[in-house]
Write a protein that binds this ligand. Structure first.
Ligand code: ATP
Ligand code: MG
Length: 424
């Protein structure tokens, strides 16, 4: 029989890891709540044309990485590769910005057909923020403040650094593009195959190249920042001023272009050196031009997305992973000989759950010998082991202070309540 396996690049999150995911998700939700962002739940499937139009046909995502298929009625459907396009579609379709602004967040799986490696999966999870209807640099800074808070809260603030740039407006980009194509044309001999392709379609992306042989030439290429006109320059200055005044460290990286076509003006990334080549944990920026690709309305917007698997890898690499919230240890485990088919222990568990509703209680139904049940309970790290002996006695064992007591069931409740309080 052929072995059943998950699809390449798609992984299971096993119960050992889910407490960490839930902890991380709660930190995201709390950050969004503190800044007044509301949750959006978006479909996983969207029309292919949404991304062709929004992300751009020359991008890696649309040209190589999408999971496209025809559904039964012949529609061109895709598994979403990112969240911003779907979020913008939903905001416009539901007229959510009619006379008002929106601050939104989403979280969920994204799909890209890429070569799987450390920090790069074919199904991965993004947490994203999008702010609609606000054109000022203050919102760009607000987003950066949020990520700063989050990373501090997660304890990784010293392992990430912020890079920012401005991509200007389409007009400014066009002017820069002409000069850039000229420059790369003069140094054509140095360009690798990928860059020669980009020279035709998306020369800005050549700046992104990691090819060591091209670095020096790229460093000297014309800088988009030098082509910004008054408004874009002012926008960038306000952003820098806000970051300076809030004491946020950053580096202006003129080569930061981001993979997606729809960005205008501010772009930013938080990067780490702790994960090798897949070092970007958060990417975002402003995309004022995106709405006009869908409708005759203009709608300024900016946002960011965080790759959650990468963030977890980073946390696991640089933090002490014995964090109590990253374990799912039960509070109490009930062990017994089960001479009565487990009837008494299940009823005891029920009695405890009704009286101690916040406790995490597990009944050992394995049928193993009592000694083995105790070994399992001890290695789980639980606080209470409650044993129903064959003579009908109930014993409470607290491994942490190695106390053992024989108690009636109501004394058991009182003892656990008192001992839980003493822990606090
Ligand atoms: P990269 O340069 O790593 O390919 P990207 O520019 O394609 O990233 P975005 O589209 O901006 O990434 O997505 C935002 C974040 O989502 C990234 O910073 C990263 O943390 C995460 N991410 C993107 N692609 C993947 C992937 N294939 N597997 C895991 N995480 C990913
Ligand atoms: Mg990518």
């Amino acid at each position: 029989m052929t072995k059943l396996q998950a699809i390449r690049g798609m992984r299971d999150v096993l119960p050992d890891e889910t407490p960490m995911w839930q902890w991380l998700e709660s930190k995201f939700r709390h950050m969004a709540f503190r800044y007044g962002y509301q949750e959006m739940r978006l479909p996983l499937l969207e029309p292919v044309s949404l991304f062709e139009r929004a992300v751009g046909e020359s991008t890696d995502i649309v040209s190589k990485e999408m999971y496209n298929f025809l559904d039964k009625s012949g529609e061109h459907i895709t598994l979403r590769p990112e969240g911003t396009s779907g979020c913008m579609r939903a905001v416009l379709e539901n007229n959510m910005c009619y006379n008002k602004t929106q601050r939104l967040w989403y979280q969920g799986p994204m799909f890209r057909y890429e070569r799987p490696q450390k920090g790069r999966l074919r199904q991965f999870t993004q947490f994203g923020i999008e702010a609609f209807g606000m054109s000022g640099a203050d919102i760009d800074a607000e987003l950066i403040f949020m990520v700063r808070d989050l990373f501090r809260e997660l304890g990784i603030q010293h392992h990430v650094r912020l890079e920012i740039n401005s991509l200007g407006t389409p007009d400014e980009r066009r002017q820069h593009r002409t000069k850039l194509v000229e420059w790369f044309g003069q140094h054509r001999a140095l360009l690798d195959e990928e860059s020669l392709k980009r020279l035709e379609q998306n020369p800005l992306r050549i700046l992104d190249s990691k090819n060591p042989a091209m670095q020096e030439m790229i460093e000297q290429a014309p800088r988009l920042l030098d082509f910004l006109e008054q408004d874009s320059r002012h926008h960038f200055e306000i952003l820098c001023e806000l970051l300076d005044k809030a004491g946020i460290e950053y580096r202006v990286n003129p080569r930061l272009v981001r993979g997606l076509d729809y960005y205008t003006r501010t772009v930013f990334e938080w990067v780490t050196d702790a994960l090798g080549a897949q070092g970007t944990v958060c990417g975002g920026g402003r995309y004022d031009g995106l709405a006009t690709l869908f409708s005759d309305k203009t709608l300024p917007a900016c946002g960011f997305a965080i790759g959650m698997e990468r963030l977890l890898l980073l946390i696991q690499t640089v933090c002490d992973t014995t964090h109590p919230q990253w374990r799912d240890a039960p509070d109490a485990i009930i062990t017994s000989e089960r001479n009565d088919s487990g009837v008494q222990s299940l009823l005891l568990a029920d009695f405890l759950r009704q009286n101690l509703p916040d406790l995490h209680i597990l009944v050992d139904c394995s049928g193993a010998k009592l000694k083995r049940q105790h070994q399992t309970a001890l290695s789980s790290g639980c606080r209470y082991i409650i044993t129903l002996n064959s003579n009908g006695e109930t014993r409470l064992w607290e491994p942490l202070n190695n106390r053992q007591l024989t108690l009636t069931q109501s004394q058991l409740i009182e003892q656990i309540k008192a001992s839980s309080l003493s822990k606090l």
